[in-house]
Design a protein around this ligand. Structure first.
Ligand SMILES: [Zn+2]
Length: 99
């Protein structure tokens, strides 16, 4: 009976060691993150109007987006990739219906 209790105590100690080890590994590194918080500007700059990217559906600011004028209508894209994809999609039909 005592042998079982001893084994249980050993396991318990191992568990405690492992837990403190993991806490040092994750909790320790996580505690240092707030100190190096980088001041980043908001994704949407002030003054820009939000327009929907017809390719991926993301709302982009008119101040930072890529634009393309189609039939007198100005379209806004979040990236050059979407702009290119829109141009390619035009060959296959209406890009607004096909995502
Ligand atoms: Zn996009």
């Amino acid at each position: 009976m005592i042998r079982i209790l001893l084994r249980f105590a050993v396991y318990f100690l191992l568990f405690l060691l492992l837990r403190s080890f993991l806490r040092n590994l994750f909790g320790g590194s996580r505690a240092q993150v707030p100190r190096s918080r980088t001041p980043q500007p908001p994704p949407v700059p002030a003054g820009g109007e939000l327009k929907k990217d017809p390719v991926c559906g993301t709302y982009v600011s008119t101040a930072t987006s890529f634009t393309k004028t189609v039939h007198g209508e100005v379209l806004y894209f979040c990236s050059k990739e979407c702009l290119d994809r829109y141009g390619k999609a035009k060959h296959y039909g209406d890009p607004k219906t096909g995502s």
